[in-house]
Design a protein around this ligand. Structure first.
Ligand code: FAD
Length: 501
């Protein structure tokens, strides 16, 4: 995963798994023992220690977990370069003459990512958490009884515990894949050379983000997806807009892919797949698998602790309590929403429920998400397809009619807001656009705070901004409120005011 020889990765490891770390002497009985120092574990530990609780945090690998080391942070660093490249590629359209032959220096891109990741890793470092008052234990954690965790030969007794051990890439049962070898998010950020030809299996968020980045860096990318199109869980209009962009980047999409097999060839690997009635047999240098996540439940002694596990991970109730009422879970280990911000807010629920008289419910969280392709797709709440018996009215604002998007040359995209019919109550929203992730929080806040779409129209949005698209939707909604009588009255009033001038 990390390049131990690389200077920046050494700095990262010094922060998040220092080789000279000496585990502290355990306190008598901890208020909270947290297993796993990814986002869920870190937020739980820091929050609980800040409240004065005696907290132990156990991590077997790199503190910061997936997000810092093999997920959000490295992927978004690469995506930033991919955008920079697209801006150079499209510069002529903005009147900028760029010398032809500009290329991406892949080792420099990876070095930038490692440098930034190492810098950010200070926030998740063992020393920082020790300074916050947390007892940090490096080693594999395992329950040895319903109220004890073992780590590196030490027993940690607890009043409450939290399982925050996250998830890892699932290995799909594709014939020949294991034998040929493949990359996942755990290994792809360790690449030092750009694969000339890259097969990406799975056109979900991880697959699409990385497929686009590598295509922009110069790889010939083949994106294989079992379902039709890309981003199968997303709004179909949104997915269609992103797909157009991926195709422009030169990605070959092999969707509705069936009978997928992988073979190891003399000098490369071969992807064989049926897509839309045609058979493909494609030589590639690397295969990146971006389908599915498996919860890290093995070896934790969950049985011994009386913690039940189901297929999707640790079983929890709405208070994030496991079947052992003293043990909670948070983050990817138990959540269908596998996002850093979801892990963060679940951790806050756990703190409240484990250390106080618990009343916070996970189902009360409004969890947005964003896929950081270019354009981005950000979503919160209901999709039209899930409305069921709820009657929904949808308002759409294309970026084509938003001045700032026109001036930015970023007209590809739209904002879609679903309201409960007959009201302006926002039930869900999708933004597709270059800055969708930055725009969505306004709509998420409106949902959380019960601000209707009509009221958003009253908020002055600075001109020219792409966020004006959201205010325009408010205007659209308000226009539907004008009855024929009000329109008639308004016209008469306008005519009268003209006459009095
Ligand atoms: C490529 C990629 C890109 C992503 N991009 C985004 C994004 O842009 N935005 C977003 O919101 N989310 C993103 N995610 C998802 C995000 O990374 C996860 O949702 C988040 O990291 C979950 O945090 P967590 O604390 O639940 O688990 P993790 O981060 O997985 O942390 C779990 C920790 O527990 C440790 N552990 C496991 N077992 C034990 C044990 N027995 N003893 C001790 N320690 C143990 C692990 O080593 C790990 O450090 C991305 C994921 C991937 C793979």
């Amino acid at each position: 995963m990390v390049q131990q020889h690389a200077e920046h990765d050494q700095a990262l490891v010094r922060n998040v798994h220092p080789s000279d770390w000496v585990n502290p002497e355990p306190a008598g009985r901890y208020n909270l023992v947290v297993i796993g120092a990814g986002t869920a574990g870190l937020v739980t530990a820091a929050g609980a220690a800040g409240l004065g609780a005696k907290v132990a945090l156990v991590e077997r690998d790199l503190m910061g977990g997936d997000c810092l080391n093999t997920g959000c942070v490295p992927s978004k660093a690469l995506i930033r370069t991919a955008r920079a490249w697209a801006d150079v590629r499209d510069a002529e359209g903005y009147g900028v003459e760029v010398p032809s032959g500009s290329t991406v220096n892949f080792p420099a891109v990876m070095d930038r990512m490692r440098r930034l990741r190492a810098g950010i890793s200070k926030n998740d470092s063992a020393r920082r958490f020790r300074d916050l008052g947390v007892d940090v234990f490096l080693g594999e954690g395992r329950f040895s009884s319903p109220d004890t965790v073992e780590v590196a030969g030490t027993s940690l007794r607890f009043k409450k515990a939290v399982v925050a051990t996250g998830a890892r890439a699932a290995a799909p049962p594709i014939p020949g894949l294991a034998d040929a070898g493949y990359l996942t998010n755990e290994t792809v950020f360790g690449l030092t050379e750009l694969p000339r030809r890259l097969g990406v299996i799975g056109a979900g968020p991880i697959g699409c983000e990385l497929a686009q980045a590598f295509a922009r860096f110069g790889s010939q990318v083949y994106l294989v997806e079992a379902q039709h199109g890309i981003l199968p869980n997303e709004d179909r209009d949104a997915a269609e807009i992103v797909l157009r962009s991926l195709l422009r980047d030169g990605i070959t999409l092999l969707c509705c892919g069936g009978d997928l097999k992988v073979a190891r060839a003399a000098e490369d690997k071969r992807l064989s797949v049926d897509s839309h009635g045609q058979h493909y047999d494609i030589p590639v240098d690397e295969i990146l698998v971006g389908v599915g996540r498996r919860p890290n439940v093995e070896g934790l002694g969950l049985d011994t602790a009386g913690v039940a596990v189901e297929k999707t991970g640790v079983k929890v109730n709405d208070r994030l309590q496991t079947t052992n009422p003293r043990i909670y879970a948070a983050g990817d280990i138990c959540s269908p929403h596998k996002f850093t911000h979801a892990a963060d807010f679940q951790a806050r629920i756990v703190i409240q429920n484990a250390l106080f008289v618990g009343r916070a419910n996970a189902s009360a969280l409004t969890i947005p998400w964003c896929t950081y392709t270019d354009p981005e797709v950000a979503h919160v709440g209901l999709y039209e397809r899930d409305a069921g018996a709820i009657r929904v009215k949808t308002f759409v604002q294309e970026f084509e009619d938003v001045d700032r998007a026109v001036l930015d040359g970023e007209t590809e995209g739209l904002v879609k807001v679903h309201v409960r019919e007959g009201t302006d109550k926002i039930l869900g929203a999708t933004v597709v656009g270059r800055h969708a992730g930055e725009m969505l929080p306004e709509l998420t806040m409106a949902m959380v705070e019960g601000v209707g779409l009509g009221r958003i129209a009253r908020v002055i949005h600075t001109y020219p901004t792409q966020a004006e698209a959201i205010r325009k939707l408010g205007d659209q909604y308000n226009r539907t409120r004008l009855t024929p009588f009000v329109r008639w009255l308004f016209r008469r009033w306008l005519a009268w005011t003209r006459g009095t001038r």
